[in-house]
Design a protein. Sequence first.
Length: 284
Amino acid sequence: MASPTPAPGRRHSELRDFLRTRRARLTPADVGMPAGGRRRTPGLRREEVAVLAGVGVSWYTWLEQGRDITVSGDVLDAIGRALRLDGVEREHLYLLAGLNPPQADAGPALPVTPELHRLLDAWSPRPAYIRDRHWNLIAVNDAARDVFGYGDTDHNCLVTFFTSVRYRALHMHWEAVAPDVVGRFRADAARYPDDPEFARIAEDLLAVSPEFAELWGRHEVSARTQAVKAIRHPDAGEMIFEATVLPFTDRPGQELVLYNPRPETGTRERLERLTARRGLAAAS
């Protein structure tokens, strides 16, 4: 069998150097193996990593040399365990090998820190909130409550979209955007196939919302794009906001959603007038 030919490209070079340096920082004692005599270079030998990972020595050598070979997530996980990679390093290994890293576990719900609450308050009088990967609202600023109509009983963006009469009355293009909303939720659910909470939320909505049931049955998915929310506020009139979604790297599954008035729509002026009446002054 002919060995694979070396593959050009910076990614393969980075992969080669990354594996070599991770191997060099470990000793046989670190992984419970005998030293095996004097070593010309520090760290584990390639064959030792191959044994620990349960892969062929030649195959691992080709991988470390940056050759163009087929890899799988299971094999990369085995190599990551053999090299004692942490979460960040494991993700880096996946990317260098040309695979999408597995989604990080959400883990236990993290409380919203005082710093994040201050960030939400500082964004006021513009709406903002923090949601988790199931679209649960875990922190909402006063502007989002007043402008979008979120109340104390609104705990999930998707559920509110399909069940809140108040929210639906505010949304100018509810019917037009509903398919995209459902498509984005389905796409998010697919990223976590072993998480039953997405199915539970969908099943609950199927029982109470015919509109959601019809759209969910289409099995359509939508990519995340620059979202625009247009509302007709009873006191401020028509307002159009551009949404920016910022994921937290240190809080897997949680993201910050910021809304900014769309230029040349009069939204900023209407929001300022509403702010003056409601007292939603921006933090100084």
